[in-house]
Design a protein around this ligand. Structure first.
Ligand code: ATP
Length: 367
């Protein structure tokens, strides 16, 4: 698959403040890529540089191999959907979607009979505009809504109209900046699935911004985890969740137990007063951080466990229990469908593929 967008060595400064740095990323045609990270980590700034609303202080942005770093937004085949969908309240749905199409001029260059190069500028015809608006409404499942007023639509419907407006002039890339942020949680979940389905239907490349990790994991082909203006990890949702390569990623995505440990052998790691096999090679004696997902820990009888401890708390969460176990100085969180009793002595076991080891020094950006 070809790269549609490449960001090479991007840095963005506002006076002395560095909002984005060392940003290198390739986005493939048709991919659904999500920028995920806490507030202020530089997601929107990066998106605005792709859209052309901000210029990078350093580095280059390539679109289909061509440098577009300083191209104005209206010359880029890129549209943006914002959190506040900014529909025009006084226009009906047809006019909201058709707005950009009515402004648009199509330039065609040809050679005339005298051998001169001529550029012709034409507006789209009324019937072409009608056809394009109809098709955009079909894609967002709101066919027949042309004459409705914005105020008569639900939040989710308004968001779909904003998307119809953004796709009507067939951009190559759609940028979505927290587009579901204004919706309640039920509507948000529904729209996540709808957006994903729309992405499959359009064949357009989506670059999506969110600080909601569940949203990023549900929707994306590729997740770019950011913190402090830098990329922490790029990977599929499964890779980001199952193989976090920094403590920041492990902590930000889902819930994790993070223990300080030491490599007692090339493939053996010690933590919580026990030794565990480890799938990768590390330097003997190295200080490491050990990341273990709460669902990868099994509770068993004390004599059968690798780690021993006492149950401190049990919280019923519907599908599972959150159980904390004190083992020496370490508190261990377990997610289990099995119940436990406060004060009970337990053994805990972890399979080798549930143990993720990271060199203790590398939890700064290594990407
Ligand atoms: P959020 O999730 O809260 O929208 P974000 O990850 O999108 O956050 P950005 O909006 O990209 O973060 O901002 C990154 C940093 O750059 C922030 O510290 C912000 O205050 C700063 N910043 C953004 N725009 C400007 C500006 N025009 N002038 C000065 N600083 C700015």
């Amino acid at each position: 698959m070809d790269n549609i967008i490449e960001l090479k060595g991007i840095k963005k400064c506002y006076d002395d403040f560095v909002a984005v740095k060392d940003f290198n990323l390739e986005v493939k045609k048709g991919e659904f890529v999500t920028f995920l990270g806490p507030s202020g980590c530089g997601k929107t700034t990066t998106l605005r540089m792709i859209a052309g609303f901000e210029l990078p202080s350093e580095g280059h942005i390539l679109l289909n191999g061509k440098d577009i770093s300083v191209l104005p937004p209206n010359k880029r085949p890129i549209n943006t959907v914002f959190q506040r969908y900014a529909l025009f309240p006084h226009l009906n749905i047809f006019d909201n979607i058709a707005f950009g199409l009515k402004m648009k001029t199509i330039e065609t260059t040809y050679t005339n009979s005298k051998g001169e190069t001529v550029t012709r500028r034409e507006k789209l015809s009324k019937s072409e505009i009608r056809e394009k608006v109809k098709r955009a409404l079909e894609i967002v499942d709101l066919e027949g809504f042309e004459k409705r007023n914005v105020s008569t639509l639900s939040g989710g419907q308004q968001q779909r109209i904003a998307i119809a407006r953004a796709i009507v002039n067939e951009p190559e890339i759609l940028l979505l900046d927290e587009p579901l942020g204004a919706l309640d949680s039920k509507m948000r979940k529904e729209m996540q699935l709808e957006l994903k389905a729309m992405h499959e239907k359009f064949g357009i490349t989506f670059i999506y911004v969110t600080h909601d990790q569940e949203e990023a994991l549900t929707m994306s082909d590729k997740v770019v985890v950011m913190s402090d203006g830098m990329i922490q990890q790029v990977g599929t949702p499964e890779e980001i969740y199952n193989e976090p390569n920094t403590v920041f990623v492990a902590d930000f995505i889902g819930e994790s137990n993070i223990f300080s440990g030491k490599m007692s052998d090339k493939k053996k790691v010690s933590f919580c007063n026990a030794e565990f096999p480890c799938l990768d090679d590390f330097h003997v004696g190295a200080d490491v951080d050990v990341v273990i997902r709460p669902e990868d820990i099994e509770m068993t009888a004390p004599e059968k466990g690798q780690i021993k401890g006492t149950v401190q708390s049990v919280i019923f969460r519907g599908m599972h229990y959150d159980i904390t176990v004190q083992s020496g100085n370490n508190e261990v969180l377990i997610k289990s469908t099995k119940n436990a009793v406060i004060g009970e002595e337990l053994g805990l076991t972890i399979e080798p593929d549930g143990i993720h080891v990271i060199y203790a020094q590398t939890n700064i950006n290594t990407y």
